[in-house]
Design a protein around this ligand. Structure first.
Ligand code: NAP
Length: 326
């Protein structure tokens, strides 16, 4: 039975990946931080097959201990301070966890190593936010980075140090440059889920308005359930490499809002939406659109869920949750 160790198990992607690897017959270990993590109970209920392991990306000894005790074949480093807005307020914490955390995890992988004939394979969760003020359209594995947030800067370090450990120490280390991916498990702080949850609450009469920042930005949005398959595929190749994972389409913030309201049967969405300067980023990423050709050609990966189906799935999920709460 192959063994996988996942950091960020309590996050959106950690949950999808755990489910996917379990379906593939993996024994799944998930790193949980904190002495009384409130998400642990829910995780045990929903994913009884995941073995929780204590540890923190700020603490190298805990990572070493975690790998020594679990002896994984594959390590997926999904843990991060992942919310761009928070990264502007807590830039040092973001650099420490999202940036230096990758170095600590790589160092733990290098030191623990795994069996000589079966060294540990490592996946780093890199991000399209590294492209920031984009230098070319669409963005590929060769597009230069120009991050526009402390989060994006930390992810650039995480990506570069992953490539460096691969080149310096011969580690099987891959960096997946994933464009935005969403779903019902997305945290409520992220714009897609903030929108679909507010739409559901407005529809049910639980909320009167939706307050947002800039709506002109454009993103390449896919479904998280599709994207974790690409992570796994990267670790099944003969040689480690880096891949852009994206849909190749871009949609505006306004399109997201309009579609979500329409899905709930509300056509005059402008009535309910207000913009507030406090939700604008100090430096915005205006346009992201990825070219997934390499992932499609070499990994045989393709997305299954398109943008309207993704919005529909999220609105329906939030309507279900909010109706049950009423
Ligand atoms: P998420 O839902 O925000 O999950 C982040 C995870 O990181 C949580 O499990 C969190 O644990 C954990 N974490 C935070 N601080 C930690 C620390 N000090 N030590 C160990 N774990 C820590 O993020 P996601 O959407 O699943 O994304 C997964 C990864 O992909 C992240 O690295 C993210 O930056 C990257 N990424 C995401 C997207 C996207 O669109 N979703 C796109 C590109 C890249 P707690 O729950 O205990 O706080």
């Amino acid at each position: 039975m192959p063994r996988a160790f996942i950091t960020g198990i309590t996050g959106q992607d950690g949950q999808h990946l755990a489910e996917f690897l379990h379906s593939k017959g993996y024994e799944v270990f998930g790193m949980v931080k904190g002495q009384n993590n409130p998400k642990l109970t829910a995780m045990r209920d929903e994913f009884p097959y995941v073995e929780p392991v204590p540890g923190d990306l700020a603490d190298l000894p805990s990572l070493l201990k975690a790998l020594e005790s679990t002896q994984p074949d594959e390590v997926y480093n999904l843990g991060a301070i992942s919310f761009v807005a928070l990264s502007f307020n807590q830039a040092e914490l973001t650099a420490n966890i999202t940036g230096l955390g990758v170095l600590r995890m790589l160092e733990a992988v290098r030191m623990v190593g795994g069996a000589t004939n079966n060294p540990i394979r490592f996946y780093q969760a890199s991000s399209s936010e590294m492209f920031g003020k984009v230098r070319e359209i669409p963005q590929t594995e060769r597009t230069p980075f120009h991050p526009r947030s402390p989060y994006g800067c930390a992810k650039v370090f995480g990506h570069d140090i992953t490539v460096n450990y691969r080149e310096s120490y011969g580690l099987y280390a891959c960096s997946g440059i994933l464009f935005n991916h969403e779903g019902p498990r997305r945290g409520l702080e992220f714009v897609t889920r903030k929108v679909t949850n507010a739409v559901a609450r407005i529809k049910l009469g639980l909320q009167e308005e939706l307050v947002l920042g800039n709506l002109d930005f454009k993103r390449d949005w896919g479904y998280a359930g599709d994207y974790v398959k690409a992570m796994w595929l990267m670790l099944q190749q003969d040689e480690p490499d880096d891949y852009v994972v994206a849909t190749g389409e871009t949609h505006s913030g306004e399109e997201l809002v309009r579609l979500a309201f329409e899905e709930a049967g509300i056509d005059d969405w402008q009535r309910y939406v207000r913009q507030d300067q406090k939700f604008f980023r100090p430096a915005e990423v205006d346009l992201l659109i990825g070219d997934p050709a390499k992932a499609q050609d070499k990994l045989g990966w393709k997305r299954e869920v398109d943008f309207p189906s993704l919005v529909k799935m999220m609105v329906e999920n939030d309507l279900r949750i909010e109706s049950a709460r009423r």
